[in-house]
Write a new protein. Structure first.
Length: 296
């Protein structure tokens, strides 16, 4: 990598301010330094580049031809930086970058985002899928949603906004009218590869014990497994909030209902004061979560 060959930024800023404002004292006021500091920085810059950038008496300095050219280049560059920073700040005030569990985004969050935009028409939400622990030092997002048993110890704010209930779900034509575990005990059992222990956790939470089955089918993602359940490929295990709409629409049946787990859905914010967009999203999310009924 080629190293930049540039004079110190403080010297360039002092020279640009003097060239733009025309007076040492005015430049000193803008940069909150003394008149002498501006003079010394300009002399240092001239020595660094080996060119005379100013000429004339000390109290009536003016730019040389080289100074005029450098001043024009610096002013244009600083103007572009200033505009870029203003654009970035404006975007930061109007956009929330959210790191979110993929299935939660697809099946709960995105179907409700219309009401957020109705409440905050000037704000945008950009959703990025992630299952990894929230790491604001490594990843550049403004908030995260995770399902976890433990409050993340990262120094920011972690708000539990939804309890988690999970239970077996299958296509209604597979379970029929048979009540209880008998409705699905012999069906092929559906799993997700990242969470193969889900069924044993459900048994622990319910105190029930399931018999071994002839077929176990694995899927890479939870939303694949849920579509497999809808398609009649077997019985899967899902958080209630992911399948509530499918149960209401008759696409899935929950033969033994749902049991609460120790995990909760958390909104996680980075350390420091919350940005306006993040605060608006937090308030809306809590309102929406409060509308979700507990499963029967």
């Amino acid at each position: 990598m080629t190293r930049r060959s540039l004079p110190p930024l403080t010297a360039l800023r002092a020279f640009e301010a003097f060239a733009r404002l025309g007076k040492m004292t005015t430049a000193a006021d803008e940069l909150c330094v003394t008149h002498g500091a501006i003079s010394r920085q300009i002399r240092s810059l001239e020595e660094s580049v080996g060119l005379a950038l100013t000429e004339g008496p000390r109290h009536r300095l003016k730019l040389t031809d080289a100074g005029e050219r450098l001043a024009a280049s610096l002013s244009g560059a600083f103007d572009r930086v200033e505009r870029t920073l203003a654009d970035l700040t404006s975007a930061a005030d109007t956009e929330l970058h959210l790191s979110c569990l993929g299935t939660f985004a697809m099946r709960w969050l995105i179907p409700r985002l219309g009401s957020f935009h109705d409440r905050h028409p000037g704000l945008r939400v950009r959703v990025t899928e992630s299952f990894a622990p929230a790491d604001f030092a490594r990843e550049r997002y403004d908030a995260a949603i995770r399902l976890t048993e433990h409050v993340p110890a990262h120094g920011g704010e972690a708000i539990a906004f939804l309890d988690n209930f999970h239970g077996p779900v299958a296509a209604p034509q597979l379970t029929g009218a048979t009540p209880g575990v008998k409705a699905f005990a012999s069906l092929p059992r559906l799993h997700t590869r990242p969470h193969l222990q889900a069924w044993s956790e459900w048994e622990s939470h319910t105190g029930l014990s399931l018999p071994e089955v002839a077929q176990n089918r694995e899927f890479e993602h939870l939303f694949y497994m849920l579509e497999a359940a809808v398609a009649g490929l077997g019985v899967g295990l899902s958080p209630f909030v992911y399948v509530a709409a499918d149960i209401e629409a008759g696409r899935l049946a929950a033969p033994v209902g749902f049991v609460r787990t120790p995990a909760q859905f958390y909104l996680i914010l980075p350390p420091g004061p919350a940005r306006p967009a993040a605060s608006a999203f937090r308030d809306w999310l809590l309102d929406e979560a409060a509308k979700v009924p507990a499963p029967s």
